[in-house]
Write a protein that binds this ligand. Structure first.
Ligand code: ADP
Length: 271
């Protein structure tokens, strides 16, 4: 079996331009931030377009993109690398952050607050003037490739005292605040992504807006753009709008029967 070369940048290059509809001047601003390789933080609720934006920017800038979905079990070794034992002995394997630093990729740490703080600190020397990554276990100091940039995302809604980034981490990044796109733009995105008529997408967006008003009043989060795209895709496949909304917009959102009922009634006023 031929081994995949983890350091081949081509495999991380996004071949086709991802569809991204700008909601403001974030594209130009990101380009300026990238020009000085400023580490960037994308804040905003789940499913509002943060990952899509990074994919689009990586493609636009012609840089490889390495994405890591962070979770609370993640250790520094998962990011940086570890020794593996194989029949030939022990062998070092770079983690995704190290690969990105070596090849000059944009490294996107998605939902970084999920990771423990002792994991998050490994990014510190990469995000200041040093731009280095110490591999303590291996005894190597990796100097970041000139094209390397670090991007993190997080959802401020899920923040708590236990789960927050330290100030010493936060103050290494420039930031963008994302939110669900404005009504017209969101309808256009849903229509395009799902392949449904704009008039149907507009109704889906209006349903979502009702649910977003329930945030903090029975719902932790309103319906995301991602869920609207799911509902639209079902409708495009011939599922009735009513069933599509129940399946994609309502059932995943909450277990509270009263809220489920309220949301279903909202759907019925539109479809
Ligand atoms: P996040 O990373 O914020 O959780 P994603 O980037 O995965 O969310 O967005 C979810 C989906 O919403 C995308 O797959 C895409 O279909 C759609 N989407 C959201 N915002 C945009 C946008 N501005 N342009 C194009 N698609 C978008």
């Amino acid at each position: 079996m031929s081994e995949i070369n983890a350091l081949d940048p081509q495999q991380y290059v996004i071949k086709e331009e991802p569809y991204y509809c700008p909601v403001g001047d974030e594209v130009e601003l990101f380009e300026s931030a990238y020009a000085s390789r400023m580490p960037m933080m994308l804040k905003g609720p789940t499913g509002c377009g943060k990952s899509r934006f990074v994919e689009y920017m990586a493609h636009k800038l012609g840089k490889p993109l390495i994405t890591v979905a962070c979770n609370e079990d993640m250790t520094a070794s998962d990011l940086v690398g570890r020794f593996l034992i194989d029949p030939q002995g022990t062998k070092w394997q770079d983690g995704p952050l190290t690969v990105a630093a070596r090849i000059g990729a944009i490294c996107y740490l998605d939902e970084v607050v999920e990771a423990r703080q002792d994991t998050t600190v490994v990014i510190h020397p990469l995000t200041d003037h040093r731009r280095v990554l110490p591999l303590d276990k291996k005894g190597e100091l990796v100097e970041a490739h000139p094209d390397f940039q670090l991007v993190i995302s997080y959802n401020p809604g899920y923040q708590s005292m236990m789960k927050d980034l330290k100030q010493s981490t936060k103050q290494r990044f420039g930031g963008f605040s994302f939110d669900y796109p404005a009504e017209k733009v969101e309808a256009e995105i849903v229509s395009k992504e799902a392949g449904i008529e704009l008039s149907v997408a507009e109704k889906l967006v209006q349903i979502a807006q009702r649910s977003r008003n329930l945030k903090g009043h029975g719902l932790d989060e309103g319906m995301s753009t991602r869920l609207l795209v799911y509902a639209g895709q079902l409708i495009a496949k011939g599922v009735s709008p009513n069933k599509a909304c129940r399946m994609a917009l309502i059932t995943p959102l909450t277990d509270d029967l009263d809220i489920l009922d309220t949301l279903m009634t909202t759907v019925e006023t539109f479809f």
